[in-house]
Design a protein around this ligand. Structure first.
Ligand SMILES: Cc1ncc(COP(=O)(O)O)c(C=O)c1O
Length: 469
């Protein structure tokens, strides 16, 4: 065993066991110790290098766990045939963020005009931290059970009560499934629905992630135009009469903000019932509507059990929670429960229980009321600022839409804005790739436009637009 040299250094932070293990492991991997070679006994090696037998034994056990040696009892310990490490894989580190056309940056706090994130300066940190700490402690004592994959019943009951009171959607807790945000619910639905055809109506413009999710699930998104009444159901019937699913943002269209008109709602539900098609309703803003009351969800009008309703806590509490929910028609409840259990069980017990308590104790509704008031003030302040600059604009959900002249490159303007720490979203990326009527514009989120940054952000943005348009 000339090829086994172990030099121990007692001043190192690595333990003696680790040093013995590492020396033998490198000798094997580098081919100095060949397959079948017998290692010295614990006693011999311990005497040779001046450590206790236990230290050598632990090092040998680790080597055996890693399949580098085989322990054969009294016969001794032998070098196993080493499996070559796949070196090339180690170098194949992904070089870009996932979905870079949608996500630019996961690490920085929201910038002025950023869309899709709640205000950072009005979150009820104190009450939320108290609640989450309390339920994290409780969850720490609950380490040995699998929990209901549909979500904790406490939270499902709170969600059912909330939807009934504030959104006029009557459902039982059994119909509610807790998910990993809207994205998790959409994934679950796309797995669980047995779609008769590959075609799916999506709004155009519409949420880019919905389009991508549908393609990734192996279906074909068919972009259907959105006009002042929302999704043009007539166009859907003409272009893809055999589609088996439609995904809509009926209460507040994403990104343009209008609600689906009563006539279109009727037409969509009638199509679902007659064609045996499904409708996924993305109610991502819930009751967060800045003027008047949010339109009721389509699901509240669905007498035929064709609508799968999806809500999220990403806008009303925080996207960090990764928490959402879906309401499933009674006939699908058991099957969706099975799919949730097998493919996407509800996550973190502590988060679910904390949100349930936050809702039960009245903090959730109070927080939503305060957010609506603050966002409306921020919207008015933004309108005043931009009004002075003379740019044409309309409200779209929690954003203001600045329409740019046709041909203006909104993506370039948004990139230039980002270099100045502003984050308006280009409207054009919300359109399907092959749409010839793409409009150019900038969506300016109002949620994080505090007084301190409003005026300077608007002046910088106006300069940028003038330079590029
Ligand atoms: C149209 C739309 N739906 C849903 C969501 C929320 O998704 P999630 O719950 O996965 O965060 C967003 C977020 O920006 C959105 O714009």
């Amino acid at each position: 065993m000339d090829s086994l040299r172990i030099d121990l250094d007692r001043r190192q932070r690595r333990s003696l066991t680790e040093q013995i293990h590492d020396s033998i492991a490198s000798a094997i991997r580098e081919g100095h110790l060949y397959e079948g070679a017998r290692l010295p006994s614990w006693r011999d090696l311990a005497t040779q290098v001046g450590v206790s037998r236990g230290t050598v034994k632990t090092a040998y056990e680790r080597l055996a766990d890693e399949q580098l040696v085989v322990a054969c009892g009294a016969a001794g310990t032998f070098v196993a045939s080493p499996l070559p490490l796949a070196q090339s894989r180690l170098n194949e580190v992904p070089s870009r963020l996932p979905l870079p056309e949608i996500y630019r940056d996961f690490d920085s706090p929201p910038k002025p005009f950023q869309v899709g994130v709640p205000a950072t300066d009005m979150f009820p940190y104190k009450v939320w931290s108290r609640t989450i700490v309390r339920y994290s402690r409780l969850a720490a004592t609950e380490t040995t059970r699998y929990h209901d994959p549909r979500g904790e019943v406490e939270l499902r009951k709170e969600v059912a009560a909330y939807l009934s009171v504030t959104r006029g959607l009557q459902c039982s807790a059994d119909q509610v499934i807790i998910t990993n945000g809207y994205a998790g619910a959409l994934g679950l639905a796309l797995h669980a629905l047995k779609l008769k055809s590959r075609q799916v109506w999506v709004e155009d413009p519409g949420y880019p992630l919905t389009r991508r999710a549908i393609s990734l699930a192996g279906y074909t998104p068919v972009p259907i135009a959105v006009d002042t009444q929302g999704l043009d159901v007539g166009e859907g019937l003409e272009r893809a009469p055999n589609a088996s699913l439609a995904v809509v943002t009926a209460s507040q269209q994403a990104p343009l903000g209008m609600s689906l008109s009563p006539a279109r709602r009727r037409a969509l539900l009638e199509w679902g019932a007659a064609a045996g098609a499904w409708i996924i309703e993305d109610d991502y803003l819930s009751e967060l509507k800045l003027s008047g009351k949010a339109a009721p969800p389509l699901a509240s009008l669905d007498g035929d059990g064709r609508v799968i309703y999806i809500g999220t806590f990403s806008k009303t509490i925080s996207p960090t929670l990764r928490l959402g929910f879906m309401v499933v028609p009674s006939a699908l409840v058991n099957f969706f429960g099975d799919v949730a259990a097998a493919l996407s069980p509800a996550s973190s017990l502590a988060t679910q229980l904390a949100v349930a308590a936050f809702m039960r104790d009245g903090h959730y509704l109070r927080h939503i009321r305060r957010m609506k008031r603050l966002y409306a003030q921020r919207r008015d302040a933004l309108l005043r600022q931009l009004g002075e600059g003379g740019i044409f604009n309309t409200m779209a959900g929690l954003s203001l839409l600045l329409t740019l002249p046709d041909g203006a490159d909104d993506v370039k303007i948004a990139e230039a804005a980002e270099a100045q720490e502003l984050a308006p979203a280009p409207l054009s990326i919300w359109y399907a790739d092959n749409n010839s009527k793409v409009k150019s514009g900038l969506l300016l989120g109002v949620t994080n436009l505090s007084d301190a940054v409003l005026e300077s952000s608007c002046r910088h943005l106006e300069d940028l637009i003038q330079r590029h348009a």
